[in-house]
Write a protein that binds this ligand. Structure first.
Ligand code: PMP
Length: 405
């Protein structure tokens, strides 16, 4: 009886977008949505994506269904991108890849796989605290029990290695651990290479299963081949693992929903047959969810990923985006220093990726919205890409005001 269905709260971030759009002030600043903006606060179509679109349009391709697993040449290129072209897992044929409805669809497909092929009681899924809120939502939807591991120290605004290690050392064997491959959302702090090694070691000892979420490859260091360090390291350590991959941010293909799900079997005699079996089950799950994934965005991504010249141009576009974000971090910090805003603001420049976890509290965020027309998540997270040379000083003075009142 539908009368018994209670109303659900609206998604906070989409609510924020609506509030921003309804605001008539010409001063308004959008720091909510995690999407790259250019120096005029406008969405940016990557030049390489424009080129790939022309190539695609000139080829006058048809609109037939893709295979259940998606576009084969997209899948293989996406696999090489996240694992490294020289990955032994690829040469040993123990990886299978599915094109998904962006990163969200990949996390969901992985969640379904885990929920269907693990024994009762189902394993815990450990998610960083804080994390992208949809992690909790997806794993709960597929019926998996969720636990959280500490990730962020709010006193120092740095990565909480001790807290995470302690939590993982007491996690039951067989638990799933969701790991942000790079450019952690929302905190903007990642483990160092040495810290990743420690995390891998404790996960090996305790027999924990890595579930990587790779939504920002190219946004942390600015380099695609640097930002997959953690994934490559875990594969080299012989883990069986999965990766949810998104091309929303790094190719700017947000609404085209281009993503990949990759399963890597552990090395050993049965690794190829395990991979074949997992792929056959993923086919069933994908078939009943979406039948086959959408064609346009995957074709565009595939053109870029498979052409060495376009790939190089993509790397340049990525540096344009990450470079501008880094510049805005510096400008914001300089402005806050100039205003002598109470508090320390080093974290603004030390954090990486698209976001900064400012440390502003919910009440301050509300004042920023009402008094200053600045829109940001209640957690104090800002999308640094929303800042530009026209609004950064304004934002800094708004922050200065709310911190002092
Ligand atoms: N994981 C993380 C950590 C994210 O931040 C996002 C995007 N906000 C996603 C996955 C999924 O994004 P999309 O479905 O747009 O690829």
């Amino acid at each position: 009886n539908a009368k018994e269905i209670p109303g659900a709260p609206i998604d906070p971030l989409y609510g924020l977008v609506a509030a921003y759009e309804a605001d008539k002030s010409d001063k308004k600043v959008d720091l909510g949505v995690g999407a790259y903006r250019d120096e005029n606060a406008k969405p940016w179509i990557l030049p390489v994506v424009q080129k790939a679109t022309e190539i695609y349009n000139n080829a006058k391709k048809d609109h037939e269904y893709l295979p259940i697993a998606g576009l084969p040449e997209f899948n293989s290129a996406a696999q090489r991108l996240v694992l490294g072209a020289d990955s032994v897992a690829i040469s040993e044929k123990r990886v299978c890849s599915f094109q998904t409805i962006s990163g969200t669809g990949a996390v969901y497909l992985g969640g379904l796989l885990v929920s269907q092929f693990t024994a009762q009681p189902r394993p815990y899924v450990y998610i960083s605290s804080p994390s992208w809120p949809i992690h909790d939502q997806i794993f709960a939807t597929v019926g998996l029990p969720v636990r959280h591991y500490p990730y962020f120290r709010s006193d120092t605004k740095t990565f909480d290695l001790e807290g995470m290690m302690q939590s993982l050392s007491s996690a039951p064997k067989g638990s799933i651990v969701v790991l942000h491959a790079c450019a952690h959302n929302p905190t903007g702090v990642d483990p160092t290479k040495d810290e990743w090694k420690k995390i891998a070691a404790i996960m090996k000892t305790n027999d924990l299963f890595p579930f990587f979420d790779c939504a920002y490859q190219g946004f942390a260091s600015g380099y695609l081949s640097e930002d997959n360090f953690a994934v490559r390291y875990f594969v080299d350590q012989g883990f069986q693992l999965v990766i949810a991959q998104s091309f929303a941010k790094n190719l700017g293909l947000y609404g085209q929903r281009v993503g990949g799900f990759h399963f890597v079997a552990e090395p050993g005699a049965n690794s190829q047959s395990t991979t074949t079996n997992v792929a056959s089950q993923l086919s069933l799950l994908q078939r009943s969810e979406i039948s086959s994934p959408p064609i346009f965005g995957a074709q565009i991504a595939s053109i870029v990923l498979n052409d060495p010249k376009l790939f190089t141009e993509w790397e340049t576009d990525l540096l344009t985006m990450s470079g501008r974000i880094k510049k805005m971090r510096k400008c914001l910090k300089q402005e806050l220093d100039r205003l002598q805003t109470p508090g320390t603001w080093d974290h603004i420049v030390n954090q990486i990726g698209m976001f900064s976890f400012t440390g502003l509290n919910c009440a301050q965020v509300m004042v920023l919205r009402e008094r200053w027309h600045v829109y940001m998540a209640e957690t104090g997270r800002i999308s640094v890409a929303g800042l530009n040379e026209h609004n950064v000083a304004y934002f800094a003075s708004a922050v200065d005001d709310v911190v002092r009142t």
